[in-house]
Design a protein around this ligand. Structure first.
Ligand code: MSP
Length: 525
């Protein structure tokens, strides 16, 4: 019986270019927590997808000489392929041009319209197409030519005053309700730095939000007013609901079971949409609100936000070719503290790879399986009495509490470090107990058996804790230890209790899991 449901989402990514390291970062993080909570026995939903409407996509398609739909269809596989390459095990992929999204968006906003939360009014104002965001003049910056530019992407903004009447959502009425909500739910916005930004933004007052446009047609039609389409954010946020069944009569029970979810993982640039507009929309609809919006930092290369348009956008597949998918995932999760900006570089990636994976985890598996072959004909030795008390077990016994507390804080770096601590301790234990010396003395056969057993058992436990980060390697380690499918684990706490490795099972040595890399001699990117 599952413990209950657990839900996480990534942003619904604009389909104007293939995924880069930044978008992959959020997606790997969501996958890591999703895998962990599955191993904890939760019935997990993990929604991701592509944001396919709006001016930006329409203009990108036009530049490429395609219809918006043809453009989206041509690019959607770049997302599903990238997520396959990175071993992303999502449960629902929503394209916002799917019929189910149209149904969900229309149902949601029709409800708000019927309840009196919308009104029609002339719209005029500054808009950044790249960010698909409205700005007050006071928020804008000026470039060298004296033009107003977007404070986020620094591109010129447009003044839109077609005299068109748009539909507005009465966001301004939610200021007090939102502030009270933030107060009552201190975990809603994390990390704390993001929370402070949002609280002071809302305290400054909220403007009503234009949620429809009639000057272009690449969007979901507003059902009660022909000629209007929904603003791209009024559409995309609903995908979080669509993914788990909202708007589908056949999935109503599933939706009720799954909503609200635990996490929206987003980049810090889009926390306002998720922490202000989104909860206000849900309040207006009388629906419960997601437990936590986690706004992570940016990946920086040479001090700049990494992005394709700046030309510093390495693609995930480039790095996977050099490091392998597991090392890729491990590097971003362990070395870039979730919630902070983090500088990434090839040099650092090689350094982490060699230290944590080649020299520690991979080396440990090789040397212990090799010794098992050498001293015990490749079979797990029986554990002699008295071998339960050992320094590895001491660490293993408290590891679940430590690791789980990190995961609850979405501190992937801390969780990875806790497992590494055990791996390093096993390497040290091998040095201290010197099995090669014990093996020379038949009187110490029991001691030798205990040392090898303890090492193999620690390896089994480490593989379990590494699995959310590096699913392939952990599955391979389980295979080498003659154990079943690691992916079937539904109670990681119980599975990591000491002493479950069965004796006399055949152990396989295999190739090095992480062959050492030389930073001066890397394959071409
Ligand atoms: N379509 C909207 C999201 C709608 S969600 C209902 C969107 N899409 S996006 O493709 O532009 O961005 C998706 C995410 O990628 C954002 O959270 C953004 O912060 C993140 N990243 C883009 N570049 C990044 C880095 N260099 N580093 C880390 N993440 C960054 O916004």
């Amino acid at each position: 019986m599952p413990k209950g449901t657990f839900g996480v989402t990534t942003p619904i990514y604009y389909i104007n270019a293939a995924p880069h390291l930044g978008t992959a970062y959020t997606t790997v993080a969501a996958d890591t927590i999703a895998r962990y909570e599955r191993m904890n026995g939760y019935d997990v939903s993990f929604v991701t997808g592509t944001d396919e409407h709006g001016q930006k996509i329409a203009e990108t398609a036009e530049k490429n000489g395609m219809t918006p739909q043809a453009w989206c269809d041509s690019l959607a596989p770049a997302f599903t392929d990238a997520w396959k390459t990175l071993d992303i095990d999502y449960t629902n992929f929503v394209r916002t041009t799917e019929d189910r999204q149209t149904r969900a968006v229309q149902k949601f906003w029709q409800g708000l319209y019927d309840a009196g939360w919308l009104y029609k009014s002339a719209y005029e104002g500054w808009y950044c197409v790249h960010e698909e965001t409205y700005y007050a003049e006071s928020d804008l910056e000026k470039n060298e030519d004296g033009e107003f530019v977007c404070p986020d992407c620094k591109r010129p903004v447009r003044y839109e005053s077609s005299g068109e009447e748009n539909w507005f959502f009465k966001l301004s009425e939610f200021q007090d309700k939102l502030l009270a909500f933030y107060d009552e739910h201190p975990d809603f916005i994390r990390p704390v730095s993001r929370r402070n930004e949002i609280v002071s933004f809302v305290k400054g007052g909220l403007q009503d939000l234009s949620i429809s446009r009639s000057s272009f047609d690449w969007g979901i039609p507003v059902p009660w007013d022909e000629g209007h389409v929904f603003y791209v954010w009024a559409d995309a946020l609903i995908a979080y609901l669509t993914g788990i069944g909202y708007g589908d009569p056949e999935r109503e029970a599933e939706f009720d079971r799954r909503w609200p979810i635990q996490y929206h993982f987003v980049g810090k640039d889009i926390t306002r949409f998720h922490c202000v507009i989104w909860p206000a929309m849900l309040m207006a609809a009388g629906m419960p609100i997601t437990h936590t919006v986690f706004g992570h930092g940016f990946l920086l290369t040479k001090g700049e936000k990494m992005s394709k348009s700046k030309g510093n956008g390495l693609m995930p597949a480039d790095l996977v070719r050099v490091f392998g998918v597991d090392a890729y995932r491990y590097y971003f999760m362990s070395d870039v503290q979730f919630g902070h900006d983090g500088s990434i570089s090839m040099e650092r990636m090689v350094q982490v790879y060699n230290a944590d994976l080649a020299n520690t985890w991979g080396n440990l598996v090789s040397r212990v399986t090799n010794m098992t072959t050498k001293y015990f004909e490749g079979r797990v030795p029986e554990t002699p009495a008295g071998s339960e008390d050992n320094p590895l077990r001491e660490i293993a016994d408290t590891l679940y509490a430590e690791y789980d507390a990190c995961m609850a804080e979405v501190d992937f770096t801390g969780a990875a470090a806790a497992v590494q601590k055990l791996a390093s301790r096993v390497n040290l234990y091998v040095e201290e107990s010197a099995p090669w010396t014990l093996a020379k003395d038949p009187a110490r056969a029991d001691e030798l058996a205990a040392v090898i057993y303890n090492c193999l058992e620690a390896i089994r436990i480490i593989a379990l804790y590494m699995a959310p980060f590096m699913p392939n390697t952990s599955a391979e380690v389980f295979r080498r230890l003659g154990l079943g499918e690691i992916a079937d684990t539904t109670d990681i706490q119980e599975a990591t209790a000491w002493g479950q490795l069965p004796a006399s099972v055949a152990v396989e040595v295999g190739d090095p899991l992480f062959p050492r890399l030389d930073v001066d001699n890397l394959p071409e990117l």
